[in-house]
Structure formats: C-alpha cells, structure tokens
Ligand binder design. Sequence first.
Ligand code: ADP
Length: 235
Amino acid sequence: MLIKDGIRMDGRKPDELRPIKIEAGVLYRADGSCYLEWGGNKIMAAVYGPREALPRHIQDPTKAIVNARYNMASFSVEERKRPGPDRRSTEISKVTSEALESVIFTELFPRTTIDVCIEVLDAEAGTRCAGITAAAVALADAGIPMRDLPVACAAGKIDGTVVLDLSSEEDKEGEADLPVAIAPRNEEILLLQMDGHLTYKEFEEALDLAIKGCKEVAKLQRKALLNKYKTFEVE
Ligand code: ADP
C-alpha cells in the first residue's frame, strides 16, 4: 500500500513535493553550474558555451546547437550501473536538449554549441525533471539568454490517487508517472512524457498538479540565482 488515509509512505500529502535544495554557480571551471538535491536525487549540472561548434561541419550558420548530455554515475543506483550512455540516457539527453533549446535564443549564437552536462550522482526517481531544473539554473548562471527559465516536475498515480513528485517506491509500484517541463511564465509545455496508464480525466488532473509543482520549484530556482547574484541573503 502506497497511500493510506491521504498520507503517502514518506509522510507526504498527495500534492506535496519532496524537499528540494538548489545552489547556483558551484563549479569554478564551467561557464555556469548548479547543484540540486531533490528528495534522494543529487544532481550536478554544468554549462559550457556558447563556444565554436567543432568539427565545423556540425555548425548551424543560423543558430546555436543545444547539446544536453544526461549521465548517471555508476554509483548513483543500488546495483552498480554500467558506465556510459545507454538507451535511457540517450532518450533523456534528447528530450532535455529539445526542452532547453525551445527557450534559449539560439539565433543569437550561430555556429556555436551550448553544452549542458547533467550528472546524476544519486538517483531516486524523477531524475529527468531534476536534471532539467538544474540545467536551467546552470544556463542562467552561464548568462545564456532565455525567454523563460524552464522548470520540470512529475505527477503520477499511486493506488488510484493522483499525486505529485513520485518517490522511487511510488515510481516502481505505482500506476503512472507523468514528467512535465514548462516555461512557467505562459505555462508552455516543453516536455511531456508518460509511463503507465491514466484515464483522460486523471491525465488532466495529473498535468494540472505537475504544473503546480513546477511553479513551486520555479520559486526555488529563482531564489538560488538571487542568492548567488545578490549581495544579501534571500529568505
Ligand atoms: P526518472 O529518473 O526521470 O524518473 P525513470 O522513470 O526512467 O526516469 O527512472 C526512475 C528511477 O529508476 C530513476 O530515478 C532511478 O532511481 C531508477 N533507475 C533508473 N535507471 C536505473 C538503473 N540502470 N539501475 C537502477 N535504477 C535505475
């Protein structure tokens, strides 16, 4: 049983996020970076660029190429993960690149690449959302012009109840997981995936809940950036 009397196994209410900590600008050598903890997830994101795209034949004369690479450390899961890319990380890298590219003013930087490295150091479900959220802060820290700061959060269904931000157990045993990334200002959807089954009504409820979650996380992203760039502490 994953939820009893409206309370989940980790004590959360259906619409409650796991604890989140975000820190901007943590790496010295990257142009922009972010360290993020989200429940049991620990993620480092680093941005390099815009820099000349090499070899030259990959250059786009009209815009920058956004190249996000999602990678899980071999020690990030219980059983050692074989290092290097696999089908899952290739998929997540692709959808992350597309989500980020759609908010970046890429046409300002023709013939360049903007490289976004997302390293999952500890994984506990929801890593693609945590990765996009961290990458967005790292892009802002690198001074990359964007029309909004993207943010992501998942909703899902456990024991017939639509809930926000699945834990690892809920992800494994639950009925559905719906990761969503948005540009919060106009709620434009940048990424929408679904694992499992939802009725149309449940889907709408889960999407609404995920968007609400995104907006809460967006506040923490802004706080992290303000803490880095303001000379006083932001509550
Ligand atoms: P997301 O992390 O975005 O929710 P998935 O739904 O594919 O993506 O994965 C859910 C969780 O399953 C991950 O966050 C991680 O905790 C776990 N997981 C993913 N890949 C592996 C793996 N190779 N070995 C063990 N656990 C994994």
